[in-house]
Design a protein around this ligand. Structure first.
Ligand SMILES: [Zn+2]
Length: 350
């Protein structure tokens, strides 16, 4: 099966009332871990690469690994997504390479650090939407600013400094026509999200619920949504690591989000922790080992386990065979003839 449109994956998830995990990759083992988990749970899946990942692996290595994944797992619909594109050029280069979806994060300037104003965000995002939709490619935008920093990307600070304003979210969706929208409701990137178990004072689920009510056709995206489970932190620390105590986003909060329009959930930190814990354990217990396969294999298995667990929790498990993936060309036609329109003022026409 060729790489499929993220928009179709999310439309199907909306019909089925489930969410789809978007997992970050930098190398072969991570892609294999995700695909094995998808096969074991029969899940459609989004694989995403940040700018940092594209730089680390070089574009072509990553892209051809993804093609291998599509070839070896033909029964799994898989979308390949650019995570946090910082400019029109970044998104354009991802599309040229064959990504089926891009995020234009216009909430920050091209430096990936400085918050933009609303008009700047609308302008760059609309430009990416026009370019991408003409080519059948999905676009995710962001309104409000997430906390934390990951892969050198982010404004830093807590997730509560630029929480999304629902009126702005509606105006943004109307003026850009994005397929999916990342909103800031108190979550942060990286491992250190919350210094205590998060409750209603830090996770603004009421804002998410209101935005979904007003934008029922725009798929909502939760970033920084690793759960950072204590058992994964403990393994790292038990075998020589030094992680400070930290809390992630509880799975129940994500499930509440899924009931209210969240269709894409970004998870990276949990997989990083699982990999690092497994490698530390092997090397700590077997200091004589030096074949990278001796620790890469358990690392891959540890990540696979976390991914499969999330796929079940998000509800995507069992849905891989529900639909026939459309070609990117068919998606292009849908954007051109208006059937894929998300803008509230225009969507009613179809
Ligand atoms: Zn993110």
């Amino acid at each position: 099966m060729p790489l499929v449109s993220m928009r179709q994956l999310l439309d199907e998830a909306a019909k089925g009332g489930y969410g789809v995990g978007a997992f970050n990759v930098n190398n072969m083992e991570q892609i294999q871990a995700i695909m094995e988990a998808a096969r074991a749970t029969q899940s459609p899946v989004i694989v995403q690469a940040s700018r940092g990942a594209r730089q680390y692996s070089q574009d072509n290595f990553l892209y051809h690994l993804m093609l291998a994944a599509a070839e070896l797992y033909p029964e799994i619909p898989v979308a390949m997504h650019q995570d946090h594109g910082n400019s029109f050029e970044t998104c354009k280069s991802a599309i040229a390479l064959g990504f089926t979806s891009v995020m234009m994060d216009g909430s920050l300037k091209a430096d990936g650090k400085t918050p933009t104003d609303f008009e700047e965000n609308v302008e760059v995002t609309r430009k990416v939407v026009e370019y991408a939709h003409e080519r059948g490619v999905t676009v995710e935008g962001e309104i409000g600013v997430l906390g934390g920093i990951e892969d050198g990307h982010g404004a830093g600070g807590t997730g509560l400094e630029h929480v999304t304003d629902p009126d702005q979210a509606v105006e943004f969706a109307e003026r850009t026509g994005v397929d999916a929208l990342a909103i800031a409701i108190g979550t942060s990137h990286g491992a250190y999200k919350f210094s205590k178990k998060p409750d209603g004072s830090v996770l603004k689920m009421d804002i998410l619920i209101e935005i979904h009510k007003r934008l029922p056709r725009t798929h909502l995206v939760m970033h920084g949504s690793s759960s950072v489970p204590k058992d994964l932190q403990d393994i790292v620390n038990k075998y020589g690591g030094h992680l400070k105590e930290t809390w992630g986003v509880p799975v129940e909060e994500i499930q509440l989000g899924i009931q209210h329009g969240v269709r894409k959930i970004n998870v990276d930190t949990d997989n990083r922790l699982a990999i690092t814990g497994a490698i530390r354990k092997v090397l700590f217990e077997n200091p004589e080992k030096f074949d990278p396969r001796d620790y890469n294999k358990p690392a891959r298995e540890a990540m696979q386990k976390v991914v499969a667990e999330r796929m079940t929790q998000f509800g995507q498990a069992g849905h891989a065979g529900d639909y026939t993936p459309k070609t990117i060309e068919e998606m292009r036609e849908g954007y051109l003839d208006g059937t894929l329109e998300t803008r509230p003022s225009l969507a009613g026409a179809h």
